[in-house]
Design a protein around this ligand. Structure first.
Ligand code: NAD
Ligand code: UD1
Length: 335
């Protein structure tokens, strides 16, 4: 198939472009590079041997999106493009709602007009909010607790309404847990701008000498070692999950929801130790106060993706750290 990947120059997008090409698909990318660099796609081409077609365009510009569809016979879309920093979304809600909702609405309107009714959407475990027991199951009621998460929830609602109104749509809502790691080549990986918000990119920058020490946000949670537990998933497993979801929905109209996680929680200190092992060095840290909005522990019930997609994670936290470290060590300043 010819797949349009929005946000394909980004962290998860670039790994998914590679997985799609390796599975035999042709790829067209739209990205405005607001949080990425076209260098990622150049390196993906080096790994796959086939360049993806790249359009630098903004999804909030509907005519630009339409022009891309006019130029290529697109069969399906994987929609990653969006802003994703929770704290920034609290400070700049209009910016987040505008980018993530208007961008998605433009994309869907163009798809509908041009008869492309197959989409895989990047949702997040954050939609489960604060009140659900772990492990999270797809059938639970959702309710995010920050503007970023609400954009994910609202796009899920829009897509569910669309699927209900028009039975031709094939829609996958993928709820990612905590993506980390990098392609094992060390050529592509996560390249956060400014101070990393997420745990593993921060640890990696301490390990490579760009930051002094990790601040562990809270050591007094009701968990085995007092630090929060999350469900970390290797980005290559996550990318392969998109290929599996796309295969599954093709020819099967409906709205599907799948958790993409390992089904297992790891604590901050466990991840820190795994990274130390991978990097072969001690990583200085200090336990400080809790980060507001953090939940003590959550992980996926990953059984639906296994049953429906025959997909499950295959890479361990040790492999995530080894691959993340190889990327960071070889590219200390990112791209
Ligand atoms: P990323 O920032 O690396 O990738 C997103 C890409 O979208 C970037 O390349 C950015 O330039 C592009 N983009 C943003 N707004 C755009 C617009 N209006 N038009 C065109 N391009 C635009 O982030 P990522 O980690 O690869 O995340 C991909 C998707 O997965 C996002 O939707 C994110 O919310 C979701 N997600 C990520 C995580 C995570 O921890 N990384 C977890 C759950 C869900
Ligand atoms: C974050 C987002 C969430 C998103 C998820 C996956 C917030 C509040 N939530 O959650 O919406 O779906 O990423 O991308 O940003 N930690 C430290 N020190 C650090 C960084 C993190 O101790 O410098 C801890 C956190 O307190 C947390 C764990 O490490 O316990 C993981 O943090 P992070 O990588 O930000 O992921 P989430 O908290 O799951």
């Amino acid at each position: 198939m010819r797949i349009l990947v929005t946000g394909g120059a980004g962290y998860i997008g670039s790994h998914t472009v590679l997985s799609l090409q390796q599975a035999g698909h042709e790829v067209v990318v739209i990205d405005n590079l607001v949080n990425s660099s076209a260098e990622s796609l150049r390196r993906v081409a080096e790994l796959s041997g086939t360049p993806a077609v790249f359009h630098r365009a903004d999804l909030v510009d509907e005519s630009a999106v339409d022009a891309v569809f006019a130029g290529h016979a697109i069969d399906a879309v994987i929609h990653f493009a969006g802003l994703k920093a929770v704290g920034e979304s609290v400070r700049e809600p209009l910016h987040y709602y505008y980018n993530n909702l208007v961008g998605t609405l433009n994309l869907l309107r163009v798809m509908d007009r041009r008869g492309v009714r197959s989409i895989v959407f990047s949702s997040s475990a954050t939609v489960y909010g604060e009140h659900n027991p772990v492990p999270y199951l797809e059938k639970m009621e959702i309710g995010a607790n920050n503007p970023y998460g609400r954009t994910k929830e609202q796009v899920e609602d829009i897509l569910a309404d669309l699927g209900a109104a028009d039975s031709r749509w094939q829609i996958a809502l993928l709820r990612y847990f905590n993506p980390v790691g990098a392609h094992p080549s060390g050529r592509i990986g996560e390249d956060p701008q400014g101070v990393p918000n997420n745990l593993v990119p921060f640890i990696a920058q301490v390990a490579v000498g760009r930051r002094e020490k990790l601040m562990v946000f809270g050591g007094d949670y009701d968990t085995p070692d007092g630090t929060c537990q999350r469900d970390y998933i290797h980005v290559v497993d996550l990318a392969d999950g998109h290929v599996a979801a796309l295969d599954h929905i093709t020819g099967r109209p409906g709205v599907y929801r799948w958790n993409l996680g390992s089904g297992k929680g790891s604590s901050v200190l466990e991840v820190l130790r795994a990274f130390e092992k991978a990097a072969g060095k001690r990583i200085p840290y200090e336990i400080t106060g809790r980060r507001s909005g953090d939940l003590p522990a959550f992980w996926a019930d990953a059984s639906s993706a296994l049953a429906d997609l025959s997909w499950s994670t295959t890479r361990t936290v040790d492999q995530m750290c080894e691959d993340h470290w190889r990327w960071q060590k070889n590219n200390p300043q990112g791209y």
